[in-house]
Design a protein around this ligand. Structure first.
Ligand code: V47
Ligand code: SF4
Length: 387
């Protein structure tokens, strides 16, 4: 099989009958079935998947490749839950390596970005038993009072479910209060693998699939957008991955509220799943490509470079990815603690733009909701550094 053939010629030359018919569906822009998704993982070569996922990406976005300028706040790594893959959380009882930031300390971080061209703050952390709904509503209000135009993308359903239950609020009421206090959108975390057979083995005690989806549904009903992730490459099978993406595809059909899907590669350092080998780079690229082909109603597929490493993140741009997340210039710890090559995930705008340009794509700075802020295609590196 020759990956330089046009997608149509490549599909026509596919000897496996099932794959050829899946390829024809993709070219006709028809939805893939559950079995089609599993067959892609089981049978398709990397080159075949890459060619078709790249074609779908190009049909949707041309060469436009997005990034944003954001910063992260991790309020605490103290967590009442005990996910086996987590290298980051510390039990409440173990105060030595735990941190918990006050509102004042978090506002200090926000203020350190005054005058810098960031458009988003991403706030996610562990589930601290003493950081309740009131605490986080106050944080949201304080950020909005200080910098109203900064988009607040914060809290996974794991954090929100705990907050709402402790405050005895329904999901709809809790989400309404958080939105009114300044929460603009939800990040994609906490999804892991939805299927109960896997979920009960890797993160038994936190919000289940239905709870995760109900919280995103409630956000979408208020007109908020959100992202979705999947933690892949550990003990799950291909059908668990497709089941996960299928549940997301169904909710997206219902609400249209998801912006982007982010496959998160499982990293195995310093956690209770260290005996589980990490996926190969080939498997990573196959994952991104299948996500692009299966999630026909998701506008964007994002590679998160702090987890994948910047070189592999660049490679995903040839396997269906059209978003490479943000410049990060703070010390987000969740990934370095899990064994990512990116021990101090810092990337400037010029470096991010260069990564995108090196693969002959058009770097576009976006806001959280994919509003285009600036096309960086034709600026010199000196000009970018000034922006
Ligand atoms: O839910 C934890 C993952 C997620 C490990 O929405 C691990 O823009 C791999 O969701 N190996 C939180 N992954 C991060 C997250 C995220 C990140 C960037 C952007 C967005 C967005 C969302 O991190 C958790 C979990 O799936 N995670 N431990 C690990 N050992
Ligand atoms: Fe807590 Fe999140 Fe770590 Fe699970 S992944 S233990 S919920 S911080």
């Amino acid at each position: 099989m020759n990956a330089t053939l046009s997608p149509a010629a490549l599909v026509a030359a596919t000897s496996d009958e099932q794959l050829r018919s899946i390829g024809e569906k993709i070219l006709r822009k028809e939805r893939l079935s559950f079995d089609d998704g599993v067959a892609l993982f089981e049978k398709a070569s990397l080159a075949w998947l890459g060619a078709l996922a790249n074609w779908v990406r190009e049909e949707k976005h041309g060469d436009r490749t997005y990034f944003n300028r954001n910063f992260h706040i991790e309020p605490t790594n103290v967590c009442v839950f005990s996910c086996k893959f987590c290298s980051y959380s510390r039990l409440y009882a173990n105060r030595e390596e735990g941190w918990e930031l006050s509102i004042e300390q978090m506002m200090h971080i926000v203020k350190s970005y005054d005058g810098k061209p960031v458009t988003e703050v991403h706030i996610v952390g562990g589930v601290h038993p003493k950081m309740n709904m009131e605490f986080f509503l106050e944080l949201l209000r304080a950020i909005k009072a200080h910098r109203p135009e900064l988009h607040i993308k914060a809290f996974t359903p794991v954090e929100l479910d705990y907050m709402f239950r402790k405050a005895k609020l329904s999901v709809a009421e809790g989400m309404k209060q958080a939105h009114e206090a300044g929460l603009d959108s939800l990040p994609g975390g906490g999804a892991e693998i939805f299927h109960p057979d896997i979920r009960k083995q890797i993160c038994e005690d936190k919000v289940d699939a239905e709870g995760w989806l109900a919280i995103h549904r409630a956000a979408h009903r208020l007109g908020m957008h959100s992202n979705a992730t999947m933690l892949y490459g550990h003990i799950e099978s291909y059908s668990h991955r497709i089941d996960h993406m299928d549940r997301l595809r169904q909710l997206q059909d219902e609400t249209g509220g998801f912006n982007t899907f982010i496959p998160l590669k499982f990293r195995n350092k310093q956690n209770e799943m260290s005996d589980v080998p990490e996926s190969t780079v080939v498997e990573d690229m196959r994952m991104y490509a299948v996500a692009r082909l299966y999630l026909d109603n998701f506008p964007h597929i994002k590679a998160y470079w702090p987890m994948l490493g910047r070189k592999n993140a660049q490679l995903t741009l040839s396997f269906g990815v059209n978003d490479i997340d943000g410049t990060i210039d703070d010390s987000t710890k969740i990934y370095s603690m899990a064994g990512s090559e990116e021990q101090t995930p810092v990337m400037s705008t010029a470096q991010l733009v260069s990564l995108i340009r090196q693969v002959k794509r058009q770097p576009i700075e976006r806001g959280t909701l994919y509003n285009e802020i600036r096309d960086f295609s034709n600026l010199s590196i000196e000009e970018i550094e000034l922006n």
